[in-house]
Design a protein. Sequence first.
Length: 249
Amino acid sequence: MQEALQKPTETEETRNLRVDVWRGGKDGAFATYTVPWRENQTVLDVVTEIQRHHEPALAYRFACRVGVCGSCAMTVNGVPRWTCRTHVRRVAGDGHITIEPLRNMPVIKDLACDMSEFFDKWQKAGGRFEGAKTRNEAPAAVNPTSKKRRNADRGIECINCGICYAACDVVSWNDDYLGPAALNRAWTLMNDERHTAQRETLRKVSEAGGCGACHTQGSCMKHCPIGISPTESIAGLRRMTLLDFLGVR
Ligand code: SF4
Ligand code: SF4
Ligand code: FES
């Protein structure tokens, strides 16, 4: 979630920042750059400054710069964050920041990681919407106040940034674990009455590596930049799985 920002002091505006940036692949190393510390500067602005003025070959991702696309996530001072909405003054109290690629995904180069497995797991969790209507029919009406719609309400805002996945301890030691984002997606589909493959989605999230593997410690929820709680979504899937097993769903 966005935290309250404090106006920088004049001293901060004239100081330099020391920035340690991960360079290379898995066996790379940190390189240190010095850049001006400007007012209202985001961590993504700092990365861009380094790429433009110090290291043209620096690899990193971004698109929207306004917290919509989810592509700019990196590890900043050891914490996964969306860099376009993370102001430097919130993370660089001592004038120093460390920027690395997201964890739990292979590093391609510098700050760019390979998110293939993260997205493959959405498929493995049955996260693809299957509808019954054709384009020639009227769209299905969903009651905005129904319990199911309210269950899905927050989860559908996911921007696929991978921050929760990078923050999850279970993902780091269990390669089969589907992870918080894919399970959150499955939860939204299980509450979408238009989704016709619910039985298949529930089967997939009930298998090994599914919702039962979550340790419910909430690291995903703590770091999600838009306040989604995959922990609650996963708890919902566990309830559904149990009720289905008991034949009362
Ligand atoms: S609550 Fe579950 S999904 Fe979230 S970080 Fe913990 S183990 Fe991972
Ligand atoms: S649940 Fe939150 S942290 Fe995870 S991918 Fe979606 S927006 Fe990012
Ligand atoms: S660049 Fe799109 S969310 Fe940061």
